[in-house]
Ligand binder design. Structure first.
Ligand code: ADP
Length: 601
């Protein structure tokens, strides 16, 4: 990247760095002040050595009278330097850890509030990388490098005037190779920065592959893709290793060459200084003063290029973190005073995910309070999309209208809307908690008999009591593994316990057998009128429970009415019913035949 390209971004990064240190700046200033005081004590040591050596050489006092106070002063200076270094480390760590904790919290809270449309397209592995590695890069920078930059600047600011005050020629000699050391470091780390970025990206690709495989492990196994996936991961792993290797080789070359320059600089001062001493231009003490000053400052200066490079890395990380924080979160309307309830009126609803074809087209329907309706249609018709819009997971355009209880949905606080809904999805998510905790997710103060009652309604109670610890059995990795049907029924129990205004079952009985389905429907029928119930179904059996049925295809409402109305009308519903009826008959016939032949044999 050329400098003109990089300047505006680095400017904005600097501003952000300033912003994110808010609340901890006093600690940073304190850390820098104690570091400065500590540095002065450290730089006093070469001066004490000089005075001591000169005193001994000129035989101004007895050896003991010179050496004992000098030794005490040197020990004292180092002790004080140690104390101030401790304070510096402590305060800068407190400041950086405080900032990073706050930043992690802010990032997490922000990700929680980002719209679903963002998460649909975001790469999860990349997000994880930004929230972990990038935050860690920033932490290292804030904990060590900010103060290090101040320390090196101070070393130069204090040491150079001391040198100049002592001897001009020796100063020139001592600093002769400094421009080379600094330029070499800056050029090298600028060049290597793109390699650092490539390593980060390769690591992100590797993490993403790992994460995708862990989440989709069943699909990978089911399609016998293990070898392919292992090869893919192997490729990413090799790529990461190769880049890291290149990086380490480059760094090894750099440290070797810069060591050579540093030792050349020290050699210059030793040899040049010896010559000047011989010539009588400087004293033995001054020679040693230059040697010790140089020794003290040259290693941090040599490391400075690295620190600046890491500062560059940190600025890239801040940029990546800022990209997430810059995505606008879901809007937060004020919470309504009345609970969200009433008829659902959908008018001229057209909706597309991103730039895709519309998933819903000019759809209008009304669901009355307390009614049970079924949404029927082939996969991809737009049924789930309608529900996603009802719970404000996505926002619809201004040409469309959805009203709940007469209020425009877009103007109602999202949390209030979601609290009014109890959703059961086809593949529900269960936490690694106990069965009871999973059921109580939407109603944390429910009594045990209420939990049991909803579990009975969802026809899962009998299964639960058979588990080793009943309702206190752990679900998931650390406990019982539930079948798809059990998970669905547990999710139904969870939704029923919440006793929501609107109950949505999105194809949530797909994994249970027809008898269980019938029992759950009976329980739901007993609760008729208690919730407005929306059933999304593929099986026609479930639509019989509904007061009214909406048939949706290609995002359009193509039929609407009661089961009897729709059967009487000559349309898709009646045709579907006829096909399903024939299918059921054929299945029953086949089953009867096979069981009959079974009994003969
Ligand atoms: P149904 O519930 O009737 O099976 P959906 O509402 O899930 O149908 O899908 C309607 C259309 O929207 C389909 O073409 C589907 O591919 C698309 N779709 C659903 N969810 C998303 C999404 N998150 N991003 C992009 N397209 C989507």
């Amino acid at each position: 990247m050329n400098p003109t390209e990089s300047s505006p971004t680095s400017e904005s990064h600097r501003r952000t760095l300033w912003e994110i240190t808010r609340g901890q700046r006093v600690r940073y200033v304190a850390a820098i002040v104690v570091m400065a005081v500590g540095t002065i004590f450290l730089l006093l040591v070469p001066y004490i050595l000089k005075v001591t050596l000169d005193a001994i050489a000129e035989q101004r006092a007895g050896l003991r009278d010179v050496l004992i106070p000098a030794a005490l002063a040197i020990v004292g200076c180092h002790a004080l330097h140690g104390l101030f270094t401790y304070l510096r480390g402590r305060w800068s760590a407190q400041a950086s850890e405080g900032i990073i904790r706050q930043l992690r919290h802010e990032l997490f809270a922000h990700l929680e509030r980002l719209p679903c449309s963002y998460h649909d397209t975001a790469d999860t592995g990349d997000l994880v990388q930004r929230c972990s590695s990038d935050v860690e890069t920033l932490r290292v920078f804030l904990s060590a490098q900010i103060v290090e930059i101040a320390r090196v600047s101070l070393f130069l600011l204090v040491a150079i005037p001391i040198m100049l005050w002592q001897n001009l020629w020796m100063s020139a000699l001592s600093l002769a190779l400094f421009p080379l050391i600094i330029t070499f470091a800056l050029l090298f780390f600028r060049k290597v920065r793109s390699l650092f970025e490539k390593v980060d990206e390769a690591e992100a690709r590797m993490t993403t592959t790992l994460q995708e495989n862990l989440t989709g492990i069943r699909v990978v196994r089911a399609f016998a893709q293990q070898d392919h996936e292992t090869r893919k991961f192997g490729g990413r792993n090799d790529e990461f290793r190769d880049l890291e290797y290149r990086l380490f080789i480059s760094l090894a070359n750099y440290w070797t060459f810069s060591d050579i320059i540093v030792f050349a600089q020290i050699g210059l001062v030793l040899i040049g200084g010896a010559y000047y001493v011989q010539q009588g231009a400087i004293s033995l003490g001054t020679w040693m003063l230059f040697f010790w000053l140089l020794r003290t400052i040259i290693w941090p200066v040599r490391h400075f290029g690295r620190v600046l490079a890491d500062a560059g890395k940190a600025s890239v990380s801040i940029g990546r973190i800022r990209e997430i924080l810059a995505v606008p979160p879901e809007s937060e309307e004020p919470r309504p005073e009345q609970p969200v309830a009433g008829d659902i009126e959908v008018r001229n609803l057209t909706f597309s995910y991103g730039r895709n074809q519309p998933a819903l087209r000019d759809l209008s329907l009304t669901i009355r309070e307390g009614e049970t309706v079924a949404l029927l249609g082939p996969p991809g018709a737009g049924k789930s999309t309608l529900v996603n819009l009802l719970v404000r997971l996505y926002d619809y355009g201004d040409d469309s209208t959805i009203r709940i209880g007469g209020r425009e949905l877009k103007t109602i606080n999202r949390s209030a809307v979601r609290e009014a809904f109890g959703m059961v999805l086809q593949d529900p998510f269960l936490y690694s908690k106990t069965v009871r905790e999973n059921v109580m997710l939407g109603h944390s103060s429910a009594a045990d008999h209420e939990v049991e009652e909803s579990a009975r309604s969802a026809d899962i109670h009998d299964n639960i009591v058979e588990f080793e610890h009943g309702y206190d059995t752990m679900v998931g990795e650390r406990g019982v593994t539930l079948s798809g049907g059990q998970r669905q029924r547990l999710a139904i129990a969870r939704a029923l316990l919440k006793d929501p205004q609107f109950l949505v079952l999105d194809d949530s009985l797909s994994a249970v057998d027809t008898k269980t389905e019938a029992r759950i429907f009976e329980a739901l029928a007993r609760r008729r009128g208690r919730h407005t119930t929306i059933l999304i179904a593929h099986r026609l059996s479930s639509t019989r429970l509904a007061d009214r049925i909406f048939v949706i295809d290609h995002g359009r409402l193509i039929q609407e009415g009661t089961h009897d109305d729709l059967i009487a009308a000559d349309g898709p519903y009646a045709r579907l019913w006829a096909i399903q009826g024939r299918l059921d008959e054929e299945i029953q016939h086949d089953v009867a035949q096979s069981s009959g032949s079974g009994s003969l044999s």
